[in-house]
Design a protein around this ligand. Structure first.
Ligand code: HPA
Length: 235
């Protein structure tokens, strides 16, 4: 048992899916995995291990934002020996060519969080996906007929910006950033630090320019497409 996860040694697989929402973890365990067992309920941040096409998979909720996400990532790697971490989350689209319901693969993650610069003595670090996973996810998506967009995303500490700031994302858009979420830069930094593989897959749940949102059923379909791409990494 680690501080925030009550699994016993060996109860968590090497391959872990990381939704922010613990109820998504439960949904995946109940609908996509075989013989799934819940190994933790600490703080309601549910985690399950089961199998998919005979391969062992865990799915662990991580909460929102780099601090919460990194608590789970650190414990999964350092206390449970996780080797492959795949975030499956949602993001806000920032550009015209990124549409609601699209699946985005984060090649790299820019950030406004001080967590990354603090780790490198105030300098600038470039959190980057594992190339092997990125390539395999692109191939898996192609086989499944699911279109994906790949590029740089923003991992932000701020969901609610000050109301006087008209377009807080303009500066990021100018540099080609596709979408905003709140975790990936931390995942990529720590997975590199501890030499494990990581990839972040995101569905666009809302759009910051058009104001469009997914309906709950569209959100579910787009989310499941992304999970199928994530599970294709096990093939
Ligand atoms: N901001 C930050 N994270 C998000 C958003 C957003 O607009 N949408 C989905 N995740």
């Amino acid at each position: 048992m680690s501080i925030h996860i009550e699994a016993k040694p060996g109860e968590i697989a090497d391959f872990v899916l990381l939704p922010g929402d613990p109820l998504r973890a439960k949904f995946i365990a109940e609908n996509l995995l075989e013989n799934a067992v819940c190994y933790t309920q600490v703080r309601g941040m549910l985690g399950f291990t089961g199998t998919y096409k005979g391969k062992r998979v865990s799915v662990q909720g991580t909460g929102m934002g780099l601090p919460s996400h990194l608590i789970y990532v650190n414990e999964l790697i350092n206390d449970y020996g996780a080797k492959t971490l795949v975030r499956i989350g949602t993001c806000g689209g920032m550009r015209d060519d990124v549409k609601v319901r699209d699946v985005v693969m984060a090649m790299s993650a820019s950030t406004d969080s001080s967590i990354i610069s603090r780790a490198v003595n105030g300098m600038s670090y470039a959190p980057t996906a594992s190339f092997d996973l990125l390539l395999k996810a692109a191939e898996g998506a192609k086989k499944l007929g699911i279109a994906v967009k790949a590029g740089n995303i923003l991992s932000s500490d701020i969901f609610y910006h000050d109301i006087e700031i008209t377009d807080p994302y303009a500066v990021w858009r100018k540099f080609g950033v596709l979408a905003v979420e709140m975790e990936t830069a931390g995942l990529y930094m720590q997975s590199s630090r501890f030499n494990v593989q990581a990839l972040s897959l995101l569905t666009v749940s809302d759009h910051l320019i058009t104001g469009e949102h997914c309906s709950p059923s569209e959100r579910q379909t787009a989310f499941m497409d992304m999970v199928r791409v994530a599970l294709s990494l096990l093939d």
